[in-house]
Every structure is written in structure tokens, then in C-alpha cells.
Design a protein around this ligand. Structure first.
Ligand code: THU
Length: 126
């Protein structure tokens, strides 16, 4: 699967975002080392701190299906800035695959690519 195809799955996933509070829809497509892809969107809650980001939705879907090795994640938001994962999502993904690739989109079908270890060096673990 190409980067663009993965990003297009993230775009499709963003259509399911439940965002009555922020109105900021995010979609993610997480590619596992066996080639399977899990998508996710952000799901907000009136208790705002209970909101879950698109990246963690996708990761929890994959892990609960027995997948723990990830190659790439594409993150889509129709935003002004590159939609990089929040700190909690960086830590959450790094638990499983600190060297995975992170593709971050912004409006206009452009994206940038990072290694997760660039975005979160010195990951906490014990
Ligand atoms: N959000 C994500 O889903 N992923 C990110 O990478 C950044 C933020 C969500 C959380 C919340 O629903 C909304 O975007 C605004 O913060």
C-alpha cells in the first residue's frame, strides 16, 4: 500500500469522527507489520478529558485484535497545521513500535513524514 492510499484510508476514517465539541475531525490509518490496516477517528465526550484521539482509537482496535507491531500510521485532518499526534498518542504508539513511520497531513492533500522516535525521543518505559 502506498503512503497516499494509507492517507486516503485515514481521510475516510475522519468522516466518522464524533466531534460535537471541537468540530476538529481526525482520522488515522495504522498499518501493522503483517500489512493489515486498522482505522480510527476521534471520539469526543461531554466530559472532555474522556475524549479519545483517532490514533489511539486505531491502536486500541489493533492491539485488541492481537496486533502489536506497527509499520506506519497516517493521520488526516483538514487543518492549517500538520496534524502531528499529541503527546499522549506518541507515548501510546511508542509502547509498541517506537521506530514506526508517522505520516501527518494538512489541508490540500499534503503530508510530512517522521519517525516516531524523532517525535518522541527518550520514550518512557520500564
Ligand atoms: N485529536 C486527535 O484525534 N488526534 C490528534 O493528533 C490531535 C487531536 C483530537 C482530539 C480532539 O477530539 C480534537 O482533536 C481537538 O483536540
Amino acid at each position: 500500500m502506498t503512503d497516499r492510499e494509507l492517507m486516503s484510508m485515514a481521510y475516510e476514517a475522519s468522516m466518522n469522527a464524533y466531534v460535537p465539541y471541537s468540530r476538529f475531525a481526525v482520522g488515522a490509518a495504522l498499518e501493522c507489520s503483517d500489512g493489515t490496516v486498522y482505522t480510527g477517528c476521534n471520539v469526543e465526550n461531554a466530559a472532555l478529558g474522556s475524549t479519545i484521539c483517532a490514533e489511539r482509537t486505531a491502536c486500541v482496535k489493533a492491539v485488541s485484535d492481537g496486533k502489536r507491531q506497527f509499520r506506519r500510521i497516517a493521520i488526516f485532518a483538514d487543518s492549517q497545521n500538520w496534524c502531528t499526534p499529541c503527546g499522549a498518542c506518541r507515548q501510546f504508539l511508542a509502547e509498541f513500535s517506537p521506530e514506526m513511520e508517522v505520516l501527518c497531513a494538512k489541508a490540500g492533500s499534503r503530508y510530512v513524514s517522521y519517525k516516531l522516535s524523532e517525535l518522541l525521543p527518550h520514550t518512557f518505559n520500564y
